[in-house]
Design a protein around this ligand. Structure first.
Ligand code: SF4
Length: 80
């Protein structure tokens, strides 16, 4: 399966599922954006209100294995 990707406001967030170790750091910061699936690998959460941009960036920065990639509207990679 290809890595999930989601547009959140002006950001594009990608989950590199093979890298995720299920630490939950991202979920602690952005519960409305991420959750763990049955395999304890992070996925995007559905049905939540649009999250705050800074919260999304912070959540992705907190990943210890750089499994969350954030690209801004100009195509610049801002995390990791
Ligand atoms: S912080 Fe990184 S390793 Fe931990 S659950 Fe989130 S994506 Fe996975």
């Amino acid at each position: 399966m290809s890595d999930p990707e989601r547009r959140i406001g002006d950001l594009t967030v990608k989950i590199e599922r093979d890298s995720c170790i299920g630490s939950g750091n991202c979920i602690k910061v952005a519960q409305s954006v991420f959750e763990l699936d049955d395999e304890s690998v992070v996925v995007f959460r559905d049905g939540q209100p649009p999250p705050d941009r800074a919260m999304v960036v912070e959540a992705c920065q907190n990943c210890p294995v750089e499994a969350l990639v954030v690209i801004d509207e100009k195509g610049n990679r801002i995390v990791p």
